[in-house]
Design a protein around this ligand. Structure first.
Ligand SMILES: *[C@@H]1O[C@H](CO)[C@@H](O)[C@H](O)[C@H]1NC(C)=O
Ligand SMILES: *[C@@H]1O[C@H](CO)[C@@H](O)[C@H](O)[C@H]1NC(C)=O
Ligand SMILES: *[C@@H]1O[C@H](CO)[C@@H](O)[C@H](O)[C@H]1NC(C)=O
Ligand SMILES: *[C@@H]1O[C@H](CO)[C@@H](O)[C@H](O)[C@H]1NC(C)=O
Length: 226
C-alpha cells in the first residue's frame, strides 16, 4: 500500500464527515450517521431480535469510510445495557476486541472469539451486547449489536467476509476508552468513566481522543514512508 503524504493529508481533510458501518453482526437498527458519535449509534436500548452468535469462532465485519483508523470492541453481559458503565466490570471495560490500528477504506472482516477474553457471563445461552468503537482521526464512533450466544451457532454463509486491503494490523497499546458524553436518554453525563481510573473528566477524555488521533497520525506517517 503506497500513500503519498499529500494523499494522506487530503484524506485527513475529508474524514470529518466520514463514518463506519457495522455490517455483521447486524446493529441494533438502521445506521444513523448523525448519532454515531454517541452510545450505540443513538440506539439506547437492546432489541429483542437478537442475532444468534457463536460463543467462540465468530467473525465481525465493518465498512470503513476512513483511510486510517483504530477499532476496538467491548461487551456487556446484561440484558439491556443502556450506558457505557454496563460494559464495565470493576471499573474496567470488558474488551473482546483489543484496540488495533490499520488502514484502508471499504469492507473489513475479523475473527472474534468472545469466550477467549475471560469475561464473566460470556457463555452458551447468554444475552450479550457488543459495542464497536471506531476512530478515524476525528473522534470516536459507536455501533452496537445485541446477541444471544450459542456454542453451536455458526456464521450464515450469506455473510460477506472480505478485506478491502491487506494492510498490517497493529495493536494499539495505549489505554483507550470510549469517550462519548451522551450515553442514555436519561442523560447521565457522568457515566463516561474510562478504563483509566484518573480519566473521568471531560478534559481527560479529550486527551484520550487526541491520543487515538495521534496514533492514527503516526500510522499515516509510517504509511507515507512505505
Ligand atoms: C430487528 O428488527 C428491526 C425492525 O424490523 C430491524 O430494523 C433490525 O435490523 C433488526 N435487527 C436485527 C439484529 O436483526
Ligand atoms: C434473551 O433475550 C430474549 C429477547 O429479549 C429473551 O426473550 C430471553 O428470555 C433472553 N434470554 C435470557 C437467558 O435472558
Ligand atoms: C444448538 O444447541 C441447542 C441447545 O442444545 C439446540 O436446541 C439446537 O438445536 C442446536 N442447534 C444446532 C444448529 O445444532
Ligand atoms: C482481514 O485482515 C485481518 C487482519 O490481518 C485478518 O485477521 C482477517 O482474517 C482478514 N480477513 C479476511 C476475510 O481475510
Amino acid at each position: 500500500m503506497r500513500f503519498s503524504t499529500a494523499a494522506f493529508m487530503s484524506g485527513l481533510l475529508t474524514v470529518a464527515s466520514a463514518h463506519f458501518q457495522l455490517q455483521y453482526p447486524p446493529p441494533r437498527g438502521a445506521f444513523v450517521e448523525d448519532k454515531e458519535p454517541t452510545f450505540c449509534d443513538g440506539y439506547a436500548t437492546a432489541v429483542d431480535n437478537r442475532t444468534l452468535f457463536p460463543t467462540s469462532g465468530g467473525i465481525f465485519s465493518i465498512h470503513s469510510e476512513h483511510p486510517q483508523w483504530t477499532l476496538g470492541g467491548i461487551i456487556a453481559t446484561v440484558q439491556n445495557p443502556t450506558n457505557f458503565p454496563a460494559f464495565q466490570a470493576n471499573g474496567q471495560f470488558q474488551y473482546v476486541v483489543p484496540f488495533f490500528g490499520t488502514s484502508g477504506e471499504g469492507d473489513f472482516c475479523f475473527p472474534i472469539d468472545l469466550a477467549a477474553h475471560g469475561v464473566s457471563g460470556v457463555k452458551d445461552g447468554a444475552n450479550v451486547t457488543l459495542q464497536f468503537i471506531f476512530d478515524g482521526g476525528d473522534g470516536q464512533l459507536y455501533q452496537c449489536a445485541d446477541l444471544t450466544l450459542a456454542d453451536n451457532a455458526t456464521i450464515p454463509s450469506s455473510v460477506s467476509c472480505t478485506n478491502a486491503t491487506n494492510a498490517a494490523v497493529t495493536p494499539v497499546s495505549t489505554s483507550v476508552a470510549p469517550t462519548a458524553t451522551q450515553t442514555s436518554p436519561t442523560g447521565s453525563g457522568s457515566s463516561t468513566s474510562s478504563a483509566q481510573p484518573t480519566s473521568t473528566s471531560n478534559a481527560a477524555s479529550s486527551t484520550l481522543v487526541m491520543g487515538v488521533s495521534g496514533i492514527v497520525g503516526i500510522l499515516g506517517a509510517v504509511a507515507a514512508l512505505l
